[in-house]
Design a protein around this ligand. Structure first.
Ligand code: SAH
Length: 424
């Protein structure tokens, strides 16, 4: 936890109080700086103070990485065999520090007669000024966001209000493919035909090749709606990763850091030492990125993924890349795994790449029952990885390497690849 207004390496005097008796987290306020971190630099982003999405941006990348490593050492110090296995984080390739994100999620907001389209301030539902042009995203995304904001005013369409639960325009999701640009407008109901036509020309002026409208009628935090209409192109883009091509749709997951994603996958696959006779399980397989990279080296790869659109795309991606030694199953890993187990499949290696909350409680036990030699755990949530690695330890697997990969520079997040080896 970083005290607001401070950076790792600062020494401060702070007043810390519990908001109410028995609260689990305290509120801290800096009263005096004793010493500022030697790793401080000026912020390269004009919006960083208000946006809050990049809390470490005022540290040099070296200072960020050493902070992230110390954080992991502390976190894994309680995991048997944990802290001693942590390698230095892999930094971004060639010092790239901007324009590397392939996805921007922007929200409409209207207050006091001013309409905005941008990112939410961290921890709020208010659009932070200046975030229509985030430096982490390619420039065309800022051009597209401005074109859509102008279009929304010119076409007289209303903006969704969380308070009154009325209005039409909710958000805009922009995704960059290797040679295509996808825009998804999120609305509360369909937009008039005349507005669709002018939206197409506004977005084409920003070089957008594919447009979908996603209609969200139900409440809830999930950004996309339940139904969608393609306005332009196929409504998807193609991403090239390490020589393979993947179709990316608005509903499907893709790592957001384009140059660092192949580094992450290569690291994970190298740690696994796959041979052509191996059967490999890839749990939480998304659109089949890791499965298909594995299929180039393994005998057979089985992917498991909960989102039906992703499974559909994974199967198509396998065909498109000519990799026939793959199978994909749709459903929660915790439900599908026992079926795979009952078919007598004995994978030599199991890859898991779960969401931030980590593995469902039963999953480590089911994996261990299949007795794979190696489990490769890719984690965007190191806390969940530490918890799950301790469970694997009790099941006879030791954490033998933990390789952090800096997938989220300037933020406090760090991606980790852990190798767990069977010892009994
Ligand atoms: N390995 C993929 C996706 C990783 S993101 C890649 O690198 O692109 C995590 C994935 O887990 C998402 O696609 C999400 O839809 C999926 N997921 C979430 N909960 C799941 C569950 N219980 N069982 C299987 N897949 C799940």
């Amino acid at each position: 936890m970083i005290l607001p207004g401070t950076l790792p390496g600062d020494a401060v005097e702070a007043v810390v109080e519990l908001p109410k008796k028995g609260a689990h987290s305290a509120i801290g306020r800096v009263s005096r700086f004793i010493r500022k971190s030697p790793g401080r630099r000026g912020s390269p982003c004009p919006a960083s103070a208000l946006c809050g999405g990049c809390p470490l941006i005022e540290l040099t990348s070296e200072a960020q990485l050493s902070y992230k490593k110390r954080f992991l050492e502390k976190l894994f110090s309680a995991t048997p065999g944990g802290a001693s296995q942590i390698l230095d984080p892999i930094p971004m390739p060639h010092g790239i520090d901007s324009g590397y994100r392939n996805k921007a999620v922007l929200y409409f907001e209207e207050s006091a007669g001013t309409r905005k389209l941008g990112m939410y301030e961290a921890g709020s539902h208010h659009v932070a000024p200046g975030t229509d042009s985030c430096r982490l995203c390619p420039h065309w995304m800022a051009v597209a966001a401005n074109a859509v904001l102008r279009w929304s005013r010119d076409s007289g369409l209303s903006v969704w209000s969380e308070t009154s639960q009325t209005g039409l325009l909710r958000g805009l999701i922009l995704r960059a493919g290797s040679n295509g640009r996808l825009a998804t407008l999120v609305t509360s109901s369909s937009i008039p035909d005349s507005a669709s036509e002018s939206l197409i020309s506004a977005l084409q002026s920003a070089g957008v090749s594919d447009i979908t409208v996603s209609i969200k009628t139900r409440p809830g935090n999930f950004v996309l709606g339940e139904t969608s209409v393609v306005l332009l192109g196929r409504g998807s883009v193609t991403a090239e990763i390490s020589g393979l091509e993947f179709e990316v749709r608005p509903e499907t997951f893709l790592q957001v850091n384009t140059p660092q994603t192949p580094v992450l996958y290569d690291t994970a696959i190298r740690l696994a030492s796959i041979s052509p006779e191996d059967t490999v399980l890839d749990l939480y397989s998304g659109i089949g990125t890791i499965s298909l990279l594995l299929a180039r080296k393994a005998g057979h790869v089985i992917g498991v993924e909960i989102v039906p659109e992703s499974v559909e795309e994974a199967k198509k991606n396998a065909v498109r890349n000519g990799l026939s030694n793959t199978e994909f199953f749709c459903g929660p890993a915790e439900k599908i795994l026992p079926d795979i187990c009952s078919r007598g499949i004995q994978p030599k290696t199991v890859f898991v790449d779960p969401p931030r909350k980590g593995l469902e409680a039963s999953v480590p036990g089911i994996i261990a029952a299949m007795e794979p030699e190696t489990v490769i755990y890719i984690a965007c949530g190191p806390e969940a990885l530490a918890r799950d690695a301790a469970k694997f330890h009790n099941l006879g697997y030791c954490l033998d390497t933990l390789q952090p990969v800096d997938l989220f520079p300037d933020t406090a997040h760090i991606e980790c690849v852990a190798r767990l080896r069977r010892v009994q």
